[in-house]
Design a protein around this ligand. Structure first.
Ligand code: NI
Length: 184
């Protein structure tokens, strides 16, 4: 069990575009070790997700989801535990019509790299995401709501984006202990 230090906002390693994982590295000892460490680190921090760049690893690997309610997000629906590598996200319209308008929704987010703060962040309501698991098996899901939000937040770490960069209304950005004293 290895718990890594999570890099905090201001560290330039959080601003890189992460490298893709070569197909030859799927199901390798090094990849399984990385994912095991990320899972331990996320669990120790009560995270809803964690991206490899947050532990200083410059690879397109994210993990998210949980089997039980998370104390940092007590009212949120469960998201299946997922390892997602080399992801691609496509925003979808509400009815899947490719000619229609994509919808955004606003909700609160936090981040283990931005401790103690929460902000109101716009995300696509409905997305398709594809990629691979740690064995190289393809993942292809269409999701919405909180699941879609978690995927967009974690994958943003792979493009060097932290959620405060997406906040539009800074009157809805502040300390968790003030905004949500019941969970701080
Ligand atoms: Ni984050």
């Amino acid at each position: 069990m290895t718990i890594h230090t999570i890099l905090k906002m201001g560290d330039p390693r959080l601003l890189r575009v992460a490298q893709t994982v070569p197909a030859s590295d799927y199901d390798s000892d090094a990849l399984h070790l990385l994912i095991s460490d990320l899972l331990d680190t996320m669990a120790a921090a009560n995270g809803a997700g964690l991206a490899a760049p947050q532990s200083g690893v410059d690879l397109q690997v994210v993990i998210f989801g949980s089997r039980e309610s998370n104390p940092r997000y007590p009212d949120r629906p469960l998201v299946p535990p997922t390892v997602l590598i080399n992801p691609v996200i496509t925003p979808l319209t509400a009815d899947g019509d490719p000619g229609g308008d994509m919808q955004e929704e606003l909700d609160w987010e936090g981040c283990l790299s931005v401790p103690g703060l929460r902000g109101m962040v716009p995300r696509w309501s409905r997305i398709r995401y594809t990629g691979f698991d740690q064995y190289g098996d393809p993942i292809d899901r269409t999701v919405q709501g909180f699941h879609a939000r978690v995927v967009q937040h974690e994958c943003d770490h792979l493009w060097g984006k932290l959620y405060p960069m997406r906040v539009r209304d800074f009157s809805q950005f502040g300390y968790t202990e003030v905004l949500f004293p019941e969970i701080a």
